[in-house]
Design a protein around this ligand. Structure first.
Ligand SMILES: [Zn+2]
Ligand SMILES: [Zn+2]
Length: 258
């Protein structure tokens, strides 16, 4: 068995409209790769008030079927792998109460935070849009900290999604502020394997340098949008090199449901 993740909590399904393959194929790939714990965390639906329909996430109405489908497969494969179901969620205060109510009523296992937008995607830009605006990076750090203070999220996915192109001193100051608060709250930070595979702005070496100095807990996340993402040994290795380069404190597994 080759060296690979023991646990992955970051995977999407076709319901988000930008992932493909079936849940069964994902699970069988995970078993083949020796993964012992696999969590589905598809993009959380948002209760838009004005009939807006997102093309990057499921609707509120689909959430029950999503959770039910994963629960059935979890039971079927329980002798081979531990399966969890949850969501990857932005912390958006206007949606948060309804999303939490849905989360509880469906009995989901966990949420990870992936702050892709500053506000509802209808009005807020993608947080990964390159910017020189200091107020953007500050706003990103503020919203992530407020969200994490709710205690609702297992970890912070791609914390380095923010694509600030201004002064290094500003970047280091704000990312140090983020990393220190995440450490106090005992929130692990995710090195995103898909970002490595796709040459995105994350994982960003300048961010992980800060996290290494602060001493954050770190996890790897496949962010699987297709079966091949679950077999991506090359980019797993590149992420492990990053972990070693910055002396990051890597956790193999997280505790869910306590
Ligand atoms: Zn994400
Ligand atoms: Zn994701």
């Amino acid at each position: 068995m080759q060296d690979f993740l023991k646990a992955n909590y970051h995977a999407h399904t076709f319901r988000c409209q930008h992932a493909n393959g079936t849940e069964r194929e994902y699970i069988e790939a995970a078993i083949d790769m020796g993964i012992e714990t696999f969590g589905f965390s598809d993009h959380i639906p948002c209760p838009f008030q004005d009939g807006f329909v997102s093309n990057i996430r499921m609707t509120m109405d689909q959430a029950g079927e999503y959770v039910g489908c994963i629960r059935k497969l979890a039971e079927e494969y329980k002798d081979d792998i531990k399966i969890y179901v949850g969501f990857e969620a932005e912390y958006i205060p206007e949606f948060y109460p309804q999303q939490m109510a849905m989360f509880r009523s469906l009995g989901c296992d966990y949420m990870i935070m992936g702050q892709h937008f500053f506000k509802s995607e209808k009005d807020g830009p993608y947080t990964g849009t390159p910017t020189n605006d200091e107020s953007r990076i500050r706003e990103y750090v503020d919203i992530v900290i407020s969200g994490m203070e709710t205690g609702s999220y297992l970890y912070l996915a791609h914390p380095d999604i923010i694509n600030y192109q201004g002064m290094d001193s500003v970047y280091d100051w704000e990312m140090t502020r983020l990393c220190r608060r995440m450490k106090e709250l005992q929130i692990p930070l995710e090195v995103n394997v898909l970002g490595m595979a796709e040459g995105k702005q994350y994982p960003a070496d300048r961010f992980w340098k800060v996290a290494g100095e602060v001493g954050n807990d770190v996890v790897l996340g496949l962010d699987a949008h297709c079966v091949n993402n679950i077999k991506d040994v090359d980019n797993y290795r590149k992420c492990m090199e990053l972990v070693e380069r910055h002396h990051l404190h890597l956790l193999d597994e997280l505790t869910i449901g306590e």
